[in-house]
Design a protein. Structure first.
Length: 425
């Protein structure tokens, strides 16, 4: 059976985005809105928290929310769960811890939701309160360490950690080297550049990437930029001179675009400019409009089936249901999968009552979940010790102008036995 990786890249990269944005300040929600179905005494109420407005910028954290809403809309059109409609309450936490706690209080204590679904919070400060209230939080994005810390929280990528109130194992999380192994085995890559800012969060993430690359035998070229006055052109010239096959980064979205533009300007050609699931979107032509060569060297890796691969029936259903959205993304597909996950748990409770306790029990004792093949199998265990190695599988796609994101291989068989390396969240 395919095993999914510890998603160190997604967790650490998203946490990096949080910290890089801290210089921009934080704020309370600009909007605190809700979306409901037609009120009904028998409706099943769920909550979705997203940092729809945040220092990072509008739309950065709304993908999972939009995917989950599309799933629930289609589910309601088909009769809901055992004839009961899903009533969705939305809350925008504004990307701040204060706003997040406000959303948690409102949804849990005032709206009395059965569960949270597809949580995507820049600062999930309310996570301890959700856990203490024993409200299942299903399919959330692990932007921080909450989903490897607290019981009753079930992240979209699963967890093997004890989840006893301390992150991971004694404060350390673990991630595999499967991404680096893939490019080494499939594309013969040997030299990798890691570009970061001279800023603590960026530098820490870069060290994590460098450690994984070195464990896989790469020659690593480190490029550090001044956070206030970054010289992207100099970094691009250096990685060209060093003959880098791959480029990884610890930069924000704007920095990525600037780096790609500089790479095109100096003629730096690489096998792959590797990005993560958060940037696996249909907006690539706009985001990288000034760098066609680098744009066509973009590769994305993750743990879910390519959102553009409509040859797969489950992806095709997702795309049909989200046809009206202006853009599409991997996070939308994972939000769709999160709503599907809640629905499966709730349906199994229909006979005895769809309550917080029942849904949580089903999540705790359910079999591996793969969302009809949209996800690599997700599991939750509480291992006393982290595994030293693990067989992990990987979803890979590359961008090609005119075709979009093109799936590379089969995520169910693109698997590697890789070491698990510790890092501090």
């Amino acid at each position: 059976m395919a095993r999914r990786p510890f998603r160190a890249a997604e967790t650490a990269a998203a946490a990096l985005l949080l910290l890089l944005s801290a210089a921009c300040g934080s704020r309370l929600p600009e909007s605190d809105f809700e979306r409901t179905t037609t009120p009904a005494a028998t409706a099943i109420r769920v909550g979705i928290i997203s940092s729809a407005t945040s220092p990072v910028g509008g739309g950065a954290f709304t993908g999972p929310r939009d995917g989950a809403l599309a799933y629930f809309d289609r589910l309601n059109a088909r009769g809901g769960i055992d004839g009961r409609r899903i009533e969705v309450r939305l809350c925008d936490d504004g990307g701040s811890g204060v706003g997040d706690n406000t959303c948690v209080h409102r949804l849990l204590d005032e709206d009395k939701v059965v569960a949270l679904v597809a949580t995507t919070a820049l600062d999930y400060a309310g996570a301890p309160r959700v856990s203490h209230a024993r409200v299942p939080d299903i399919g959330g994005q692990p932007i921080g360490a909450a989903y490897d810390t607290w019981p009753h929280l079930y992240g979209i990528y699963g967890s093997l950690a004890p989840r006893d109130g301390t992150p991971g194992w004694d404060g350390q999380l673990y991630g595999g080297t499967e991404v680096y192994r893939y490019f080494k085995r499939e594309h013969g890559a040997r030299t990798a550049a890691v570009v970061s800012y001279n800023q603590p969060a960026s530098a820490a993430y870069a060290r994590l990437v460098e450690r994984g690359l070195k464990a896989e035998g790469y020659r690593v070229v480190s490029e550090q930029l001044d956070f206030a006055l970054p010289n992207f052109r100099a970094a691009a010239a250096d990685l060209k001179a060093e003959g880098a096959d791959l480029v990884f980064d610890a930069l924000d979205t704007h920095g990525n675009a600037q780096l790609c533009r500089a790479m095109d300007e100096v003629g730096a050609r690489v096998t792959a400019k590797v990005t993560n699931v958060q940037n696996w979107t249909s907006t690539v032509p706009e985001d990288y409009k000034d760098s066609p060569d680098c744009r066509n060297a973009l590769w994305a890796t993750g743990s879910s089936r390519n959102h553009q691969d409509t040859s797969d029936p489950a992806v095709r259903e997702f795309r049909d249901a989200t046809e009206s959205l202006k853009t599409h993304s991997q996070w939308q597909l994972e939000g769709w999968a999160a709503a599907m996950w809640f629905t499966r748990a709730a349906r199994s409770c229909a006979d005895r009552g769809i309550t917080r306790a029942c849904v949580d029990d089903r999540m705790n004792h359910g079999e591996d979940f793969d969302a009809d093949g949209l996800l690599l199998p997700v599991r939750f265990e509480r291992l006393a010790e982290p595994p030293r190695t693990r067989r992990t599988c990987l979803s890979v796609a590359r961008w090609q102008d005119g075709r979009g994101w093109v799936t590379q291989g089969n995520m169910d068989t693109t698997c590697f036995d890789v070491p698990q390396l510790p890092y501090t969240p």
